[in-house]
Design a protein around this ligand. Sequence first.
Ligand SMILES: *Cc1c(COP(=O)(O)O)cnc(C)c1O
Length: 279
Amino acid sequence: MISPVVEVADDRFARRGLRLFLKRDDLIHPELPGNKWRKLKHNLGPAREAGTVLTFGGAYSNHVRATAAAGKIFGFATIGVIRGEEHRPLNDSLAFAERMGMRLTYLDRASYRRKHEPDVLAALRRDWGDFYLLPEGGSNAPAVRGCEELGEEVPGYDVVCCPCGTGGTLAGLAAGLGPGQRALGFSVLKGGFMDGEVERLQRETYGGRRGAWRVEHGFHFGGYAKRTPELDAFIDDFAERHGIVLDRIYTAKMMSGVLALAERGEFREGTRILAVITG
Ligand SMILES: *Cc1c(COP(=O)(O)O)cnc(C)c1O
């Protein structure tokens, strides 16, 4: 299904001559929402061929959760390697993953940091047998190509915004846009490494930089999964105005950034802004 675009009437944009649209990727699939579906899509073939997928994530990872659901729906085994120690009872995300048939294992933080190194992977292969490896957050070249389709679905908007966790969504989105369109990513992590990650993913996928894109670094609210009273108030206010509850890890940070940039006068009058509700 092609996710719908809705225009939202928001006077804070309208009074500056801006139009705001939302791309509802959160409605794509109940268990594989938004960018997680786009990133998994072109990985399903190799996953089924291998029979088993192994991937990595934190205890609340949307990617781990979506990979578990994909395994159940599309018929391959899944192994989730989780950062840190096991805590029972499992939180909702991991309990869901286990219900979907995912086998969970845990890596201490020091090993987890080295998770893509050959000795750590060799130890995982010894324990779990052969597998198709999906990197943390699911961002690899097939994932970027899946997100390219997002860019191709949205001609006619001047600026297309998305949140950035690993940068895979932005890398593909920017590549899929047409001439005159630009992509704007909002990093939900502290630190300036996101631009480098998007570049690396585009190089891995296309051999070089593609499309017009930029990363905003001023809207992480303290870092990954960190929240502030200001962010919570923004989420409540947006829900009241538009009836959409933004998730506090990703889309709320993006939307508050889009609004702040609009209020700062960073968009020319007449700009059509599309914000992707990634999940
Ligand atoms: C995983 C996730 C992201 C991050 O996407 P990246 O491709 O890792 O940058 C953004 N929004 C939502 C809702 C997510 O679940």
